[in-house]
Design a protein around this ligand. Sequence first.
Ligand code: PNS
Length: 164
Amino acid sequence: MSTIAVVPGSFDPVTLGHLDVVARSARIFDEVHVLVVHNPGKTAFIPLEERVALVERSVAELDLGEHVVVTSWSEGLLVDYCVNVGARVLVKGIRSQVDVAYETPMAIMNRSLAGVETVFLLPDPAHALVSSSLVRQVASLGGDVTPYVPGAVAEYLRREEDTR
Ligand code: PNS
């Protein structure tokens, strides 16, 4: 039986850390759905459609194969998407104890709601300290984010700053 995994996130914006998790998931699972999801606990910085476009461009550049698709979900529970597409696994990157504390209740809830398991991947040390929120802060204060994000995102953030 083939295993479909979902790599969900706000991707606000997508970082090299996210892409590392996607690339490694693509080597483990038969099908990988990179899913841009609305996080009800956060106000998005980049509109959903733009986040999807940036993730699509960045994932396409990795050339991981046709078993990796990018899509979005804002209709309800994340596990509803999983059930709809027959995915039994969620993949999350874990950088620190803070991430463990944030992700554990969601993993338990998602398994309780729909039997969907969560697999945690440890980061490549090169990306262990990268987060979307820090990238947004560095960009908004005029810093160079090119070491932390794919080219398409660096370009997008530069354009946004120029129009402010
Ligand atoms: O990148 P983020 O913001 O850490 O991603 C969090 C996300 C979007 C995966 C999380 O907020 C989520 O699962 N949202 C969907 C809402 C949901 O299903 N909630 C109930 C189960 S935890």
